[in-house]
Design a protein around this ligand. Structure first.
Ligand SMILES: Nc1ncnc2c1ncn2[C@@H]1O[C@H](COP(=O)(O)OP(=O)(O)OP(=O)(O)O)[C@@H](O)[C@H]1O
Length: 242
């Protein structure tokens, strides 16, 4: 059984099939990179998996369960976590408080702040060490750099125990050093978490990717290792050649 199985998924916006009869299998612990030209349907795919957008037809099976028609918040409770391009951290709260809110998202925000004050709970400490923010624990999120804000958001998904993490261009706007550090973080997540990452930065993709899926016009154009993808003339023609 695949961890995530997408069968013949289609979504139609007016006359446009943004995702068109797409099938995809992702194994538990895999880090899958999703590539493709602008408008290929990559973000829409992530929207369909997390429930932000409803499919027109097809099926999404998550750990064997059909989640195609499940509401977005219910998918989140089952462990589907989405990181958008624009960070959604609470700038007025510290790094620790952001993680506490994320971890106890089923409770109200105020309850979360009152109940889990100190000491730093084990899971949060572990997550902060993993993303390299342990020394920023009491810093207000509004004072973090762009890269640190992105890492905090990844930490929030980890604190929520998201089993499937969907990320849209996590390295956009990062410096080269921040991008390399993000690749290091991702490489430690593989195996334990299952990730689908939409990225345009090919250096980053080479650092982290095991298997790569290339989309074009809503469908899968190619699927394979990074070496196979980079050598594929069809991929060169629609994407890498530009
Ligand atoms: N809610 C919507 N309503 C109508 N059209 C949409 C909607 N969302 C996406 N589209 C269209 O669907 C197509 C796929 O868009 P999508 O954002 O998924 O592509 P993408 O591969 O993520 O591109 P990029 O790399 O530029 O982010 C585009 O033509 C886009 O304009």
């Amino acid at each position: 059984m695949s961890f995530l199985e997408i069968r013949n998924l289609t979504v139609q916006f007016g006359g446009l099939k943004a995702v068109n009869d797409l099938s995809l299998d992702v194994k538990a612990g895999e880090l899958r990179c999703l590539l493709g030209p602008n408008g290929a349907g990559k973000s829409t795919m992530l929207d369909l998996i997390c429930g932000k957008t409803k499919a027109t037809s097809g099926q999404i099976l998550f750990q064997g369960q059909d989640i195609t028609w499940l509401k977005e918040y219910k998918r989140a409770r089952q462990g589907v976590g989405r990181k958008f391009q624009v960070p959604s951290v609470f700038k007025q709260l510290t790094v620790l408080e952001n993680l506490e809110v994320a971890q106890s998202r089923k409770a109200g925000v105020l309850d979360a702040l009152l109940v889990f004050r100190t000491p730093v709970r084990g899971r949060i400490k572990e997550v902060l060490e993993r993303v390299g923010l342990i020394e920023m624990i009491d810093t207000h999120a509004g004072n973090l750099s762009h890269g640190q804000t992105q890492w905090l958001e990844i930490a929030m998904l980890l604190a929520q125990d998201s089993k499937l993490i969907l990320m849209d261009e996590p390295t956009a706007g990062m410096t080269i050093q921040e991008t390399l550090k993000t690749a290091e973080i991702f490489n430690t997540l593989k195996g334990e978490h299952t990730l689908i990452v939409v990225e345009h930065d090919m250096q980053f993709v080479r650092e982290v990717a095991e298997r790569v899926t290339v989309m074009n016009q809503g469908s899968v154009l190619a699927d394979g290792s990074i070496a196979e993808i980079e050598a594929d003339p069809r991929v060169k023609a629609v994407y890498l050649g530009h």
